[in-house]
Design a protein around this ligand. Structure first.
Ligand code: IPE
Ligand code: IPE
Ligand code: MG
Length: 237
């Protein structure tokens, strides 16, 4: 039992569509409720002493969805970024982004840039919005940055060098990744960074995910023996 709170928590917020379908509602309603859940869990994670929270909000594969659903999600993200500044200030929350920023519509890029700028000096929890994010895409962009940047390809790659070209190299690897809606897959989330993340799968659809579910995930994490390829620590389960 490590009894610790994860320094970096990642969440694959899944099941908005199924939540809506189960109630005979449009998928967009599920995303609206999903935003409420995200606000709830941002506050709860901050209160519990998490330092970094990465929220998988929209993947590089989610563009395959209908244009009106994609547009609705983008609208929600804009609303969230614009309306929450007081909340970020009160809780000293810093907003960051992971993913291919260049592939997002200009107005969202501006909202992200503004939120990042407005919150850059806040020293509490960092919320990293993984938006237009794919783990493979992040690695490809990192390699291209390296090819185009200082050192050049001849400098060779080490783990540290590749990491330095990822989206947020200063952010430590995720300790715990929660996925909701009962799916057991990464769906391209934090492929490099999550190499040794502990996973917790919740059966709840994301809009139903509550503080108590977060506490259950954190308690489960606290009982894990993290070996990182070594041998179990003495007294571990
Ligand atoms: C997660 O919920 C939100 C995004 C992927 C944007 P889904 O929309 O994937 O919900 P399900 O998986 O269809 O239930
Ligand atoms: C993963 O969920 C992406 C996000 C939560 C943003 P998906 O619903 O896109 O994943 P798949 O398609 O079920 O693997
Ligand atoms: Mg899904």
């Amino acid at each position: 039992m490590n009894g610790k709170t994860p320094g970096h928590l990642g969440i694959i917020m899944d099941g908005n569509g199924r939540w809506a379908k189960a109630r005979g509602l449009a998928r967009t309603q599920g995303h609206l409720e999903g935003l409420k859940a995200a606000k709830r869990i941002v506050k709860a994670a901050s209160d519990r002493g998490v330092s970094y929270l990465t929220l998988y909000t929209f993947s590089t594969e989610n563009w395959k969805r209908a244009a009106d659903e994609v547009g609705f999600i983008m609208g929600l993200v804009r609303q969230y970024l614009r309306a929450e500044l007081d909340f970020y200030r009160e809780n000293s929350i810093r907003i960051r982004h992971a993913g291919d920023i260049g592939g997002l519509p200009p107005e969202i890029r501006e909202d992200i840039a503004r939120a990042m700028e407005d919150t850059r000096d806040f020293t509490g929890m960092q919320v990293i919005l993984a938006l237009n994010y794919g783990g493979r895409d992040e690695i490809i962009r990192a390699v291209n940055r390296a090819l185009n940047g200082a050192g050049g390809p001849d400098a060779g790659f080490t783990e540290a060098r590749l990491r330095s070209f990822l989206d947020n190299p200063d952010v430590p690897d995720p300790d715990l990744i929660i996925r909701t809606a009962g799916e057991f897959r990464t769906s391209n989330f934090l492929l490099w960074e999550g190499a040794y993340a502990e996973y917790h799968i919740s059966e709840k659809f994301w809009p139903d995910f509550a503080e108590a579910d977060l506490d259950q995930a954190l308690a489960s994490y606290g009982r894990r023996d993290r070996r990182f390829g070594g041998i179990p620590s003495p007294g571990a389960p």
